[in-house]
Ligand binder design. Structure first.
Ligand code: NAD
Length: 353
């Protein structure tokens, strides 16, 4: 398969971790016989330095012309005093909205070797934590009508059936290649939008009879994520609930350097990035954990290229490396550790068909 990938290293540790991601993509391409071409795109602080703005139209077009995008991270103290519309984060927002990404995916998984980093008790973790949050990104209360009236204020939450249906389909497709369960998280006892979500998701579910669908109120879901996260396989939810629950889900794993994410469009195009930031405190010191980025590359193979074996090959190599004691400083728990590039090398060595 021919793949065109846009790389957006960004700022801080971004270039270091994207470099490791590229090594892993290249190795997967070599093992499975794919051909990859890369184009580099400036966004964030580096774009401010080079072009005066966090994202130029030309760079956005370059990213959109690719099949998928791998992003490191943007931002850092150098640009903290910039006015709001010229800050590095604006580059990220410009990318997300400019590319029409409406579906955000955040897996949360606890590796047995790192379970001590989780704030959860062993008896909870031992049941297994391997879930993915599907969060709607472009609708709901964040984007509804808002304003002030007298001494009051309002934010309107609204959704349309097509907006719900398109992310529901993505969630069911993902469940099919996972443990075949979708949990719709909502507040259907009080919100009309939630009732529309239930109706629509049930309709979509009828096209996926091999996938089990259940429902949970958001207040209960926030409890179950810490009480029994093993209940969840694919957790599907609207924008604001997803914002909150995806952060909760990621903290359950306890290690920010390990968590990948994806943002998808209706077709197969997607942007893949670690959930952590540019970690300016460790930038350029060969200390960053590249695993969140490497796992984001696995997601790229799975969701943009529908290449499940390649995705598994990368994820299995990460698991093997962890089982063999490969650690960067953030997950070493005071023990011995290796640098960013060496960690990437250890993972590549364990990749096999
Ligand atoms: P951060 O995620 O960059 O760092 C938080 C802590 O986690 C730091 O101690 C850092 O060293 C550590 N850390 C993060 N990633 C790591 C990794 N891969 N390996 C080892 N340790 C890691 O969050 P922050 O300090 O709040 O933000 C720093 C900058 O990043 C800010 O400018 C912020 O705006 C930006 N940011 C960018 C994104 C993004 O690009 N998606 C997301 C969050 C924050």
């Amino acid at each position: 398969m021919d793949m065109r990938i846009a790389l957006i290293p960004g700022d801080g540790i971004g270039p270091d971790i994207v470099r490791e991601g590229v090594k892993v993509i290249d190795r997967a391409a070599e093992l499975f016989g794919h051909s990859i071409s890369y184009t580099e795109v400036d966004a964030g602080g580096i774009s401010i330095d080079r072009h005066g703005v966090p994202l130029t139209d030309e760079n956005l077009e370059k990213a959109k012309a690719a099949d998928a995008v791998l992003l490191g991270a943007v931002g850092g103290p150098k640009w903290d005093s910039m006015p709001g519309d010229r800050r590095p984060e604006k580059g990220l927002l410009g990318l997300r909205s400019g590319m029409g990404l409406f579906c955000n995916l955040r897996p949360a998984r606890i590796y047995p070797e790192l379970s001590s980093a989780s704030p959860l008790k062993d008896e909870v973790i031992s049941r297994g934590v391997d879930l993915v949050v599907f969060r709607e990104l472009t609708g709901g209360i964040y984007f509804g009508r808002k304003g002030r009236e007298g001494d009051g204020a309002y934010d309107v939450m609204s959704y349309s059936k097509p907006e719900i249906a398109r992310i529901a389909r993505k969630a069911f497709e993902a469940a099919r290649i996972r443990r075949k369960r979708v949990t719709l998280v909502d507040k259907a006892n009080v919100l009309e939008t939630s009732r529309l979500w239930r109706e629509t998701v049930k309709e979509i579910a009828s096209q996926y009879e091999d996938v089990e669908l259940d429902f949970m109120y958001v207040d209960n879901a926030s409890m179950q994520l810490v009480r029994d996260p093993s209940h969840f396989d694919v957790l599907l939810t609207e924008n604001m609930f997803g914002d909150i629950l995806s952060d909760e889900a990621s903290m359950v794993t306890g290690s920010i350097g390990m968590l990948p994410s994806a943002s998808l469009r209706e077709d197969s195009f997607g942007m893949y990035e670690p959930i952590h930031g540019s970690a300016p405190d460790i930038a350029g010191k060969d200390l960053a954990n590249p695993i969140a980025t490497i796992l984001s590359c696995a997601m790229m193979f799975r969701y943009s290229f529908s290449l499940e074996s390649e995705a598994r090959c990368i994820e299995d190599a990460v698991s093997k490396a962890l089982a063999d004691g490969v650690r960067t400083v953030d997950i070493a728990a005071g023990g011995s550790y290796i640098g960013t590039a060496a960690c990437g090398d250890e993972i590549i060595r364990r990749m096999a068909r």
